[in-house]
Design a protein around this ligand. Sequence first.
Ligand SMILES: O=c1ccn([C@H]2C[C@H](O)[C@@H](COP(=O)(O)OP(=O)(O)OP(=O)(O)O)O2)c(=O)[nH]1
Length: 205
Amino acid sequence: MPQKKEGEQGVAVTVRVVVLNHGEGLALPAYQTDDAAGLDLVAAVPEGKPVQIAPGARALVPTGLQIELPRGYEAQVRPRSGLALKHGVTCLNSPGTIDADYRGEVGVILANLGQEPFAVSRGDRIAQLVVAPVTRAVLRPVAALSTTRRGAGGFGSTKTKTALKAAKSPARAAAKAAPNRQSQKKVKAGATPRPKPPRKKAVKS
Ligand SMILES: O=c1ccn([C@H]2C[C@H](O)[C@@H](COP(=O)(O)OP(=O)(O)OP(=O)(O)O)O2)c(=O)[nH]1
C-alpha cells in the first residue's frame, strides 16, 4: 500500500455494493464531511414500522446492503457518538467486523443501554462503517518470549493518577478521604498520633 503523506487524503478503496429490495430508495452510506472516517449506515426497516428497542434490549437492524470488500480489507461497524451520548444506544459488538469474504447483508447490532425505549425508523443513521486494511498474523509457536519492562503487568498495573498518588503517600490520601478532615489535619502523614500527657495541677504557694 502506498505510504500516506501528512495531510494527504486516504487511499480510496473500491467496495462493490448490492442494494437489496428492502434497501431500495435509501441513500447509500456516505461520508458526512470531507475527512470523515466512517460512512453512515442507515436502517432498512419497513416504512412506518420502526423497530423498538426497549431499555436493556438489543436488535439486529438491517441495512439493505451487501458489500464486497477487496481482499486484505475489513469494515468495522462502529457506534455513532451522538446516539450513544443522547440515548445510550450503541453497537453491542463494537466494532462489528465485516470480513472481506462475507457476502450476506450488513447488519447492525444495536443495544439500548439508556433508560428510555428507542425507536429506529427507516432511513435513520444508526452506525458508521470504517473500511480498514487488515494485517494477518502468522503464529509461530516458541518456548519463551522476549523480556520487557512491563512484563506480565496489565489490567491497570500502571495505575491511574489518583491511585499513583495514594501509593506514594497512603496517609495523606487516607486523610483526604476521611470525612472529618479538620481533626486529621495536625497528624503528620504516616505518624501515629501520640496521646496527650495529663495536665499538671498548679501548686499554690
Ligand atoms: O456487526 C456486524 C458483525 C458481523 N456482521 C457479519 C459480517 C461478518 O463477516 C459476519 C461474521 O461476523 P463475526 O465473525 O463477528 O461473527 P461470528 O459470531 O464469529 O460468526 P461466524 O461464525 O459466522 O464468523 O457477520 C455484520 O453484518 N455486522
